[in-house]
Ligand binder design. Structure first.
Ligand code: ZN
Length: 178
């Protein structure tokens, strides 16, 4: 396994429409290795989600959540791998919440997202599955699937007034929400 380099905002790979994987591509050892490396990279960077374009691969793969033993799992989000994911909203309402991105280091911003979603995807063996998620997990899924369409979280912000550096976020924003 390997920790991969993470692409940063401004690199064209983050703005491309990523390609779906065929069953044959998914079975290839290189793709299976990429999935393992994405998980290891996400954990090492202390992220809660990672999309393949963030490791310079324009492919429709995302990983999210925490490995079982991770004590930083307040939201109980299981480690989840989605290949060729698609989502639909289960609620008309959108909810504002803070997001960051490993490709946009040290920034946070409030982004409106659907409260509840259903995701359809393939698992790493190519078997289709459906996943219903709400709250923070629904937010992560929407954020990561956006990466596959070249969309970054600031694109989704309705008010750039909350866009903050991490230090200022902790100082001025996080406290007011506790
Ligand atoms: Zn991101």
């Amino acid at each position: 396994m390997a920790i991969l380099k993470v692409s940063r905002m401004g690199h064209p790979v983050l703005r491309q429409q990523a390609k779906a994987l065929t069953p044959g591509q998914l079975r290839q050892p290189a793709t299976q290795q990429l999935l393992d490396d994405m998980v290891e990279t996400m954990v090492d960077y202390e992220g809660v989600g990672l999309a393949a374009p963030q490791v310079y691969q324009s492919l429709r793969l995302i990983v999210l959540g925490y490995p079982d033993a991770d004590p930083r799992n307040p939201d109980d989000i299981p480690l989840t791998l989605c290949i060729n994911p698609e989502w639909v909203s289960l609620s008309d309402e959108k909810e504002l919440g803070w997001e960051g991105c490993l490709s946009i280091p040290d920034l946070r911003g409030q982004v409106p997202r659907s409260r509840e979603v259903v995701v359809r995807a393939l698992d790493r063996r190519g078997k289709p599955f459906t996943l219903k998620a709400g709250g923070f997990m629904a937010r992560i899924l929407q954020h990561e699937i956006d990466h596959l369409d070249g969309v970054l979280f600031p694109d989704r912000m309705e008010n750039l007034g909350t866009l903050s550096f991490l230090e200022e976020y902790y100082r001025y924003w996080q406290k007011s929400e506790d």
